[in-house]
Design a protein around this ligand. Structure first.
Ligand code: NAD
Ligand code: IPM
Ligand code: MN
Length: 356
């Protein structure tokens, strides 16, 4: 059996704390089950400090040579006024690995719906497919002067088609519904999305399809989040809606993501940032990062069995109220992590006892 090569980008702020937590869980679940090798490399603000740039060539080369990339978060006030920005490294990495699809799942179990700030009528389980390497984040021209600044929202047919195919494909494995979220009443690029996505929808007759404007979707996510299955949307809309979606679970600190292309390593990261306001205090919720490990085990290494052990443990620890302050608890990052690892190990012991 081969050894999985995993690039580790801990980054800035709470990044190192939640990465340590996630790697402890990976180690616990992997015992005699899964072999891997970690390559930790500098990325983001710490790479600016150490190497003068947020995405050093050696870091990119390590990512390209790996089977999967695990990323915590980058950025912070220290670099907000510097000519080099940590976030630019993240955009460059996504582009260099051609990670055009960013997949952000929001799922709330019955046992954990009391963490939601909403009164939920039904279970919530939807996935946002956010386009990640084009749109207003990358479009040219981009100019800045004290009199005028320009950003360009630009999409080409194939950039829309490739993520739309992934979203519809994914919907066939779920509740078979895709919602395209756009601003087609105003934006030309959104009208192209409608044209291209309608054609892809026709290739998936079993999947129902509708469209919604992004402003109305922001409202519907609060009013009736249970109505959504797969949300397909452009880069900026997906960025904004996914933070809103995360909060429906009770905290931004619970939602992981996959960033994937059509080949090469995928990247796994929480959707939240480096949370500089709580860095170094063991207050960060490690769940989004730990769930990112679970997504990696499923998607890059086909170890759904190990991922399920992690997810079950997270759900149980949350249900037991062992949670960080963002979810209203008083447990530390390390205490939550230890509880998750304990749950995994105890479940294995029970399983072993039952099967003698
Ligand atoms: P943020 O996501 O870092 O934090 C927003 C709020 O949510 C903060 O109050 C923070 O304490 C809280 N929060 C976030 N994650 C948490 C966790 N795991 N546990 C508990 N609380 C958590 O967003 P921001 O404050 O707007 O940005 C901070 C920095 O992070 C900026 O430099 C930004 O550019 C960067 N950022 C990076 C990424 C990334 O690396 N993918 C994503 C978003 C923001
Ligand atoms: C995210 C972040 C990034 C984005 C920033 C830090 C560039 O907000 O991953 O959601 O906007 O994509
Ligand atoms: Mn974001």
């Amino acid at each position: 059996t081969s050894v999985a090569q995993i690039a580790i980008l801990a980054g800035d702020g709470v990044g190192p704390e939640i990465m340590t937590a996630a790697l402890a869980v990976l180690k616990a679940v992997s015992q005699d089950q899964f072999q891997y090798q970690l390559q930790a490399v500098p990325f983001g603000g710490i790479a600016i400090d150490q190497c003068g740039e947020p995405l050093p060539a050696t870091t990119l080369a390590t990512c390209q040579a790996s089977d999967a990339v695990l990323l915590a978060a980058v950025g912070g006030p220290k670099w907000d006024l510097s000519p080099q920005r940590p976030e630019a490294g993240l955009l460059a990495l996504r582009q260099a690995l051609n990670l055009f699809a960013n997949i952000r799942p929001t799922r709330i179990t019955e046992a954990n719906q009391h963490y939601s700030p909403l009164k939920l009528a039904a279970p919530v389980d939807f996935v946002i497919f956010r386009e990640l390497t084009s749109g207003i984040y990358f479009g040219q021209p981009r100019t800045f002067s004290s009199e005028m600044a320009v950003d360009t929202m630009r999409y080409q047919r194939e950039e829309i088609a490739r993520i739309a195919r992934l979203a519809f494909q994914f919907a066939t494995t779920r509740s078979q519904h895709v919602t395209l979220v756009d601003k087609a009443n105003v934006l030309a690029s959104s009208r192209l999305w409608r044209q291209v996505v309608a054609a892809i929808a026709a290739e998936f007759p079993a999947v129902t399809y509708d469209t919604k404007y992004v402003d109305a979707t922001a409202m519907q996510l609060i009013a009736h989040p249970e109505q959504f299955d797969v949300i397909l949307t452009a880069n900026l809309f997906g960025d904004i809606l996914s933070d809103e979606a995360a909060e429906i679970t009770g905290s931004l600190g619970t939602i992981p993501s996959i960033s994937q292309g059509s080949q090469g390593p995928a990247l796994y990261e929480p959707i939240h940032g480096s949370a500089p306001d709580i860095a170094g205090q063991s207050r960060a919720n490690p769940i989004a990062m730990i769930r990112s490990v679970a997504l990696m085990l499923v998607h890059s290494f086909k170890r759904t069995d190990l991922a399920n052990e992690i997810t079950t443990a997270i759900d149980a620890v949350m249900a037991a109220g062992i949670v960080t302050p963002d979810l209203g608890g008083s447990a530390t990052t390390t205490a939550v992590t230890a509880a998750i690892i304990n749950h995994i190990q105890e479940s294995r012991e029970v399983y072993a006892t039952d099967h003698v």
